[in-house]
Design a protein around this ligand. Structure first.
Ligand code: PNS
Length: 173
């Protein structure tokens, strides 16, 4: 018993970063987060800018939605960073990155990102996870489009996000 306890205390915590724009977080992201926690102890969900996409929700709004979804889950930390992912990882002292890989169309971008980041910081490793089949074609952009056209967005995002999308698109009509 004492030995078991000591082993537990000596075991290093397995920590990873899941970076993304999460604009907004979808059920696909939630699925990736839950999957990653099967093999790591804590996940830092790190909200940042996508270099070419104009944000729809502010950093604050995106983080608030994520925090609301994972309220009471100490193993999920929500943060934001500005600048290069490698600089953030160095500052955080975490070298394991989680990314979701859906269809083949994601591959080029992800491959380029991994290799470029590895050149900048060789100790990074990236683990790609694939979400449930029904989320394979789901994206934040599609969700915004559905919401804008008053479609049933609650099929694709957590309740808090669906509510926020409706507020944002229709509150001042
Ligand atoms: O959810 P996204 O928009 O596909 O995430 C892409 C993201 C934000 C993780 C990526 O663009 C990123 O890491 N941006 C931070 C800036 C950076 O390090 N760029 C160099 C990547 S090669």
């Amino acid at each position: 018993m004492v030995r078991q306890r000591l082993e537990f205390m000596e075991r290093k915590e397995r920590l990873a970063v899941y970076p993304g724009s999460f604009d907004p977080v979808t059920n696909g992201h939630v699925d990736i987060i839950e999957r990653s926690l099967k093999f790591i102890d804590r996940l830092i969900v790190s909200v940042t800018h996508h270099p070419t996409k104009k944000p729809f929700f502010s950093f604050k709004e995106r983080m608030e939605m994520l925090r609301e979804i994972f309220k009471g889950r100490d193993e999920i930390i929500v943060e934001y960073f500005d600048g290069l992912l490698v600089d953030y990882l160095k500052k955080r002292g975490v070298y394991l990155v989680i990314r979701g890989l859906r269809a083949v169309s994601d591959f080029d971008y992800e491959f380029q990102m991994v290799l470029t980041n590895r050149k900048l910081l060789p100790q990074i490793e990236t683990i790609f996870l694939t979400p449930r089949e029904e989320y394979l074609y789901l994206s934040s952009s599609a969700v915004k489009e559905i919401a804008r056209l008053n479609g049933p967005v609650e099929k694709f995002v957590p309740e808090v996000v669906a509510k926020k999308l409706k507020e944002k698109f229709f509150s001042n009509l």
